[in-house]
Structures are given as structure tokens and as C-alpha cells.
Design a protein around this ligand. Structure first.
Ligand code: NAD
Length: 286
């Protein structure tokens, strides 16, 4: 029996981070990433700490802005606008989720698209849709990079993406379409999900439903990207796919942890370097 490939996101992420670090060193530049964290959500604090750590490792300077939970929308908007205009800042990242009293869309829209290292602004969503080179969301970008290690030519493959969020499902579907896949997006209201999954050459699962996708849902030799991350009451991490069942059927699969997660942060660093270049068009061709 042929053995399924377990796609090693950790190793590829290390490679990508190394490439970003080497390029920054060779160019003798110091991109600066501003990270804005509102409130004291423990998970967000961990994500921000990791981003800060990885940035320093690759030669990206960071400026952390920690604001209290009750920060007004107006005050946050003022800060994001200031950072977006500052010549000293190359990337602006607002850690999500924001507290309920703040209109997230309004804050994101205030980010300069050339500094939008998360690829969340309306301009960059539009650019992705018209296939114009731009800053694009980190998790889907990491998915495509990892996917191409096992299948360099994605053209003509049938891809099913479960989840339609702005940060994962939708942009990933768009990127797969840009790679000439035939793409179907599934979501909470989708009917006959197991049957739909059975048609997928590439199945990307980003719904945050631990262990939802069973081995019986998978086409033989499918490639599975398990993007979901959930924790049970004992803080045990779990993906959206039953890994052991899937392993018996698929051509390749990402593990959780060690799959898409590390790629996301590596792509953030690559995006920060790209943002720097986009802001210096005379010096760099991106
Ligand atoms: P979200 O809650 O914004 O979106 C979930 C999507 O899944 C929705 O579109 C919903 O319609 C769909 N969905 C939910 N239950 C479903 C079901 N039973 N059947 C079909 N569709 C269903 O979540 P998100 O921000 O897109 O994140 C999704 C998952 O990916 C979460 O587990 C999150 O932690 C994880 N995530 C991982 C990374 C990473 O770096 N690996 C990055 C971002 C998000």
C-alpha cells in the first residue's frame, strides 16, 4: 500500500522564514511591522507574541500597540490611520477579533492597502478577485504553498473548500480558482456535504468543527488541507478532519498541529517584506 504524504508545514515554514530572513539581510533593509492588539483575549495575546518573536528572527522590527478592551472605535481608527500614513511603518496588522463595540470592517478599511499584511482590506480582496498581484491573506497563502509541494500544477483539479470566512475560506477559494481549479465553497447551509467532499481532488476544511470530516467522505488519493484548530477542555488541539481515517485514503494531508498553522505566520513575514517592496516601487520590482 502506498503511504500518504503528511505535509510538513513546520519544515516548509522554517524554509520560508529563512528565505525572508536572507532576503531582508541581503537587501540591507529593516521593514517595520505595527501590531495592534485591543483587549486581553489570551489567545490573541499568544498569537501576537508569536508574530513578534518570528518577526524579530527574520529581521523585521515590530511596534506593539496594546490598547484596553474599552478603547473607542474612534481612537482605534485614529491610530490605524496614523500608522497607515507613517513612513516609519511598513506593515499594519490589527489582531482580530476586535471587541464587539468596534466595527471591524471600518477599522480594516482604514489600513493602507500597501501595508495590509493580512490582505483583509476591500482593495486587496478586490485585487485578489481580479488576479492583480497584491497582499493576500496569510493562511490561504500558506495553504497554496504547502499544496504545491505535493501538486505543483493545480489546473483542472476539483477543489472543495469548507468554510466561507473572509480570512480563510473565501480567499482560499479565490486563490484556488486563480490556479485554475474548479472550486466549490461549502458552508453551514450546504446539503449533502459528505457526497460533495467525495468529489474533491483537493479538500480544504476551515470550519472549526473538530473531527467533522471522516475518512468515508474522502475520494481516494485526495489532497486534504486541514485548517481547523480547536481545543477541547483539556487544551488538546484538534483539526476538522479525522486524521487517522483520512491517512488511509488520501494522497497527502496536513497534520494539526504542524501543518497550516506554522505556514500562516511564515506568510505574514513574507507579506511584510512584500509590503516594504510595494512601498518602494522605484527600488523593487515585486
Ligand atoms: P469562521 O467561524 O469565521 O468560519 C467558519 C466557516 O465554516 C463558516 O463559513 C461556516 O459557514 C462554516 N461552517 C461551520 N460549521 C460548518 C459545518 N458543520 N458544515 C459546513 N460548514 C460549516 O472561522 P475561520 O476564522 O474561517 O476559521 C475556521 C477554522 O480555521 C477555525 O478552527 C480556526 O481556528 C482555524 N484557523 C486556522 C488558522 C491557521 O493558521 N491554521 C488560521 C485561521 C483560522
Amino acid at each position: 500500500m502506498r503511504k500518504a504524504i503528511v505535509m510538513n508545514g513546520k519544515a516548509l515554514a522554517e524554509k520560508c522564514l529563512g528565505e525572508t530572513r536572507d532576503e531582508i539581510a541581503a537587501l540591507k533593509i529593516k521593514p517595520t511591522l505595527a501590531i495592534v492588539l485591543v483587549g486581553d483575549d489570551p489567545a490573541s495575546a499568544i498569537y501576537v507574541r508569536n508574530k513578534d518573536k518570528k518577526a524579530k528572527l527574520v529581521g523585521i522590527a515590530t511596534k506593539l500597540y496594546r490598547l484596553p478592551e474599552d478603547t473607542s472605535e474612534k481612537k482605534l481608527l485614529k491610530l490605524v490611520t496614523k500608522l497607515s500614513k507613517s513612513r516609519k511603518i511598513n506593515g499594519v496588522l490589527v489582531q482580530l477579533p476586535l471587541p464587539d463595540h468596534i466595527d471591524t470592517a471600518k477599522i480594516i478599511a482604514a489600513i493602507n492597502p500597501l501595508k495590509d499584511v493580512d490582505g483583509f482590506t476591500p482593495e486587496n480582496i478586490g485585487n485578489l478577485a481580479i488576479k492583480k498581484d497584491c497582499l493576500t491573506p496569510c493562511t490561504p497563502l500558506g495553504c497554496i504553498k504547502l499544496l504545491k509541494t505535493v501538486e505543483p500544477n493545480l489546473a483542472g483539479l476539483k477543489a472543495v473548500v469548507i468554510g466561507r470566512s473572509q480570512i480563510v475560506g473565501r480567499p482560499l477559494a479565490q486563490m484556488l480558482l486563480n490556479e485554475d481549479c474548479t472550486v466549490t465553497i461549502a458552508h453551514r447551509k450546504t446539503q449533502n456535504l459528505p457526497e460533495l467532499c467525495l468529489t474533491a481532488d483537493i479538500l480544504a476544511v476551515a470550519c472549526g468543527c473538530p473531527q467533522m470530516v471522516r475518512g468515508s467522505w474522502l475520494k481516494d488519493d485526495a489532497i486534504v488541507l486541514d485548517i481547523g484548530i480547536s481545543y477541547d477542555k483539556d487544551r488538546k488541539i484538534s483539526g476538522d478532519v479525522v486524521f487517522d481515517e483520512a491517512l488511509k485514503k488520501v494522497k497527502a494531508i496536513t497534520p494539526v498541529p504542524g501543518g497550516i498553522g506554522p505556514m500562516t505566520i511564515a506568510m505574514l513575514m513574507a507579506n511584510t517584506l512584500k509590503a516594504y517592496k510595494l512601498q518602494h516601487p522605484k527600488k523593487f520590482k515585486v
